[in-house]
Design a protein around this ligand. Structure first.
Ligand SMILES: Nc1ncnc2c1ncn2[C@@H]1O[C@H](COP(=O)(O)OP(=O)(O)OP(=O)(O)O)[C@@H](O)[C@H]1O
Ligand SMILES: [Mg+2]
Length: 153
């Protein structure tokens, strides 16, 4: 599927509004593909109201939601090896039953990704700089997420 930014954001908001923790979503795609745009939309949809910075200097951001739930947004781009995962509290993040976890550059975690997860792959659309190709893949048995943006096919 190919989506403009508004549709990608609408899908992300709907994911955030409809899923309940625990859920893990890996966000793949090249620099500037829209991984952070999608992650922030999911956080907004889940009810996060505070400012949402891009995780450029910090690797992990955590936003608290009511009912002891949270959204965790991590960007593993600058991780140099899987050995550094312990230093960012990876086991706690992956094992957090109350969290919606969104991870950019999940390939940096090697074999340490949870078995039950979604992966979204974003790519540049050849003909249109304002659009992105979007693929959603399921691994294991994660909680269901809305598969397509409303009104887009
Ligand atoms: N259809 C689209 N979907 C998402 N973003 C788009 C789209 N079209 C244009 N953009 C723009 O592309 C940029 C995406 O930036 P974003 O920070 O989300 O990328 P990223 O994948 O997180 O990159 P990085 O790997 O550097 O973290 C934004 O400036 C956004 O406005
Ligand atoms: Mg990003």
């Amino acid at each position: 599927m190919t989506l403009g930014e508004d549709d990608l954001v609408a899908w992300g908001r709907r994911i955030g509004a409809e899923i309940r923790p625990p859920v893990f979503i890996g966000l793949r795609g090249p620099l500037g593909a829209g991984k952070s745009v999608l992650a922030r939309a999911v956080a907004r949809g889940a009810g996060v109201r505070e400012t949402l910075p891009s995780p450029t200097f910090n690797i992990v951001f955590r936003y608290e939601l009511p009912a002891a739930e949270s959204v965790v947004h991590a960007d593993l781009y600058r991780l140099r090896s899987v050995d550094e995962l312990a230093g960012i509290g990876w086991d706690e993040i992956v094992g957090d039953e109350g969290a919606i976890v969104l991870v950019e550059w999940p390939g940096r975690a090697g074999g340490e990704l949870p078995a039950d997860r979604w992966e979204v792959t974003l790519g540049y659309a050849a003909a249109d700089p304002g659009k992105r190709t979007v693929e959603l893949e399921c691994f294991g048995e994660p909680a269901p997420v809305p598969a397509f943006p409303i009104g887009v096919r």
